[in-house]
Design a protein around this ligand. Structure first.
Ligand code: CA
Length: 222
């Protein structure tokens, strides 16, 4: 793949370049937003790795720029801070995933594979589940699943982090935009609605409870 890395910390940029080139990618490094924009305009890319804190601004500007052009390159944001608000801002700007520094090359490679598996455009896939984020249409093994707005938002958020355990608090913040439970066990209730619709009638569940930790959406047959 053609990869553009926009990162001002030269050590990290070099580490990313070496790691990605070893994986067979063609890598171009830019050290600030302006250079990143030039690289994007000049040649485009299949994958953009962009730091949030650049000397001339927030890396998300580049992500918005890319999405305004309807460029469907995959985007992974790099950040030093792991805060829910940052992740949500990144996803809203059009990033596909987040990676929190410091990270190992193996983690980056796994994230790239996950992001690329989701395919082009606005379709997120987890196993036989397909989520079209533009039309808000969901199918499993070709069978259409009808969801309410909130159920869809919860499923899409879970699907943005396949295999990652997401806590109730984090789901509340991301999907309900609050840290206070608006009802009683709101997340549990909605997860049970989703299970009824997504997993019932299928041999293998995709929604898993991790006791004491939260929930994860994952195809464990792979
Ligand atoms: Ca930086």
């Amino acid at each position: 793949m053609r990869v553009i890395v926009v990162e001002d910390e030269r050590k990290i940029a070099g580490f990313l370049q070496r790691g990605l080139e070893e994986e067979g990618h063609r890598v171009q490094v830019a050290n600030d937003l302006a250079a990143g924009r030039v690289a994007l305009e000049a040649q485009g890319c299949d994958l953009l790795l962009v730091d949030r804190m650049l000397p001339d601004g927030d890396g998300l500007e580049l992500v918005r720029h890319l999405r305004r052009r309807r460029d469907d390159a995959r985007v992974i944001c790099l950040t030093a801070r792991d805060r829910v608000e940052e992740r949500v801002a990144g996803l809203q700007a059009g990033a596909d995933a987040y990676l929190v520094k410091p990270f190992a090359v193996e983690e980056l490679v796994a994230r790239i594979e996950a992001v690329c598996r989701r395919g082009g455009g606005d379709t997120v896939e987890v196993g036989e589940l397909r989520i079209d984020t533009a039309s808000r249409r969901v199918t499993r093994a070709g069978r259409e699943i009808r969801l309410t707005t909130r159920e869809f938002d919860l499923l899409r958020y879970l699907a943005s982090y396949p295999g990652r355990v997401l806590s109730r608090t984090r789901l509340l913040e991301a999907v309900w935009d609050t840290t206070h439970d608006p009802g009683t066990n709101t997340v549990e209730v909605y997860v049970s609605y989703l299970r009824q619709k997504v997993d019932r009638g299928f041999d293998r569940p995709l929604i898993h409870t991790v006791r004491g930790a939260g929930y994860t959406l994952e195809d464990r047959s792979r």
